[in-house]
Design a protein around this ligand. Sequence first.
Ligand code: GRG
Length: 260
Amino acid sequence: MRYSLQAGGKRLRPVLVLAAAELNGRPAFDPRAAAVAVECIHTYSLIHDDLPCMDNDDLRRGRPTAHKQFDEATALLAGDALLTFAFQILTDAYIGNAELASALVRELAHAAGSERLIGGQMEDLQAEKCAHPTADQLEFIHLNKTAAMIEVSLVMGGLCGRMRPGPELDSLRRLGRELGIAFQIVDDILDATSDTATLGKTVGKDAKADKTTFVKLYGIDGARRYAEQHTAIALDVLDKLAGDTAFLHQLVATMLERRK
Ligand code: GRG
């Protein structure tokens, strides 16, 4: 658990939790536990995604993957434990506010469950058996596999900032969806154009496996334009939100230019 969590990574999701929590000034509730919980789920999903029965990867965050460093059983259990630990963190940290704790647990459970993160992963596995997955299928996979965790990070931050269900939280969800798809498109572009040393994970796997990606469907330039379109919508949604959106604006725009 420590090996994979402490390997680093961009920490995008926890930063989104903190940034959303601070949109309306000093947050009502400390968002740091929520931020760590999201990163635990994200790290678990990477450990399991790298397993031989999934993507079978040797390198992650610049280090051997957990099953390479230890063994498959240890990697499986580390992932399971991080998944469970996320909910332990939330219930322990927010025990003094049952309404907030249950809202955070509910959001995270939905995002990480069979209808979002795991559902997206399952669809991804099914699509590999399909000769020509469609653009709609690809969008569905990444709305769930990638965007769900980005979306829930913003929503959990909003909840820590005392946002209630309604237009503000709905805007954060929409922002997360658009940013999530843009993030995945850039991920596909980097897989096709970057190198293993820079990314800290094996590149070129999608093309080698002839996997349907945004790059395969639209080409590098087309994918880039598509990422720009989603980013523009994300920024538009963000700019209509009340509060100090400057940091999130810069973060969302920067994700389009990321190199890893
Ligand atoms: C339940 C068996 C089982 C597996 C779960 C859901 C799942 C497997 C895997 C999905 C994980 C995955 C690869 C999602 C794609 C999203 C993505 C581009 C992840 C990489 O995120 P970054 O670039 O990573 O933010 P860092 O390392 O920077 O945190």
